[in-house]
Design a protein around this ligand. Sequence first.
Ligand code: MG
Length: 467
Amino acid sequence: MEKKSHYNDKYGATIIKTMQRERKLFGTNGIRGTPNRDLTSDFALNVGRASATIFGTKTVAMGRDTRDTGDMLFSAVMSGVLSTGVNVIDLGILPTPAVQYYCKIHGLYGIVITASHNPPEFNGIKCIDMDGTELRQEDELRIEDALSGGNWKLCRWDEVGRVTGDPGGGDLYINSVIAKVDAARIRARNFRVAVDCGNGAAYHTTPKMLRELGCSVVELNSYPDGQFTSRQSEPKPENLADLISVMKSGNFSLGIAHDGDADRAVFIDEKGNFIDGDQSLSILISSIAGKGDTVVTPVSSSDNLEHIAREKGFNLVRTKVGAPIVSRTIIGKNAKIGGEENGGVIYGDHQYCRDGAMTVALMLNLIAERRKPLSQIVSELPGFRLYRTVVRISGKDPQKILHELDKKNLSEKVDRTDGLKIYLDGGWALVRASGTEPIMRIYGHGRSMEEAEKINKKVTEVINSLL
Ligand code: MG
């Protein structure tokens, strides 16, 4: 796509420059920005108009996470959709994968107002295809073209769309998740679990699903709070101190934490250890994929999967980073399962998107089946670890930094699938630009956390010298 600087003047939307690395409004996971700064009501209204015009259908399903700015953006986008003569089904606050499942089952396009795990000052607009997967990039570009040209449909007054509510999206979703696991076996174990919904969209779905799976549930932050005052939304260990201490204080089998829109789930083992999303991805894939199956994961997840693939006899396909890319590859390759190293598991048997509640149910299914504690299952992994950091690059061109890093020739073996993956003694480093924030992500990979950290630090030093 060419430069679209006129967005700024015409729609009052100064979309963060680094979010449109390819001169696009849509990043790896929809449009993101700060409401009333670069994500205004006027802009959201026009996104609603342009999206509905491109969808070309009679009805669009809409949902949102718990952010306080969700009301403003939701109603603006909804108004835009209605003005084109398209009806809206208002699903209310729902996990993104629950909206996606609704779209898949009813054959509808969808729009979700969410900024996923980002801090509360952000929000976003994400479009869903009729199969429940994130909208194809070519369709996102068509929406951008419609936006830049002001090419949207405005219907006659007596054709304006209508709104109906459907409060059943949450139950539809959790019932379909439960149907994909051995619920009787899970119920028979009467697991004691602790769940931290982070005041996000899963507050009324995941605890309910856990109880329906026979668990006794201790809930943390399972009420909506759009300021995320209890903890930050990203489910990483430093944000999960309360959950970890609850896990250490009692006799629990599993601790669970979601991000703001609950397309991801991460776990705490029965001893109170944080289980990295890369480790939980590896053990879930290992439990599901068998001989002849195909598994899809980005270049950012660890080499555990190569080892497990050799042992189990499944084919492993590596992609660029980004859940929609992984999902589309899973569909194209007819793969069984896939996912990212951040707790985003995509289970093709259910739907083709990151699926937080499905990830939770699969994990319960696994510990019910193995009859072993999670810590023991994790200890049986090949043992490769990731050490991740970020570097702020405000104002700098990430592609230029990557180019300069490439010119340093740190290794003869590099992989340019996404960013720069540099194979070094004892492991590899991956450096890439974030698709949603003005940062570069640096991954160190090694046979232990210490080695992974060492590699990360080595490459970070080089990047700092380039900055
Ligand atoms: Mg998310």
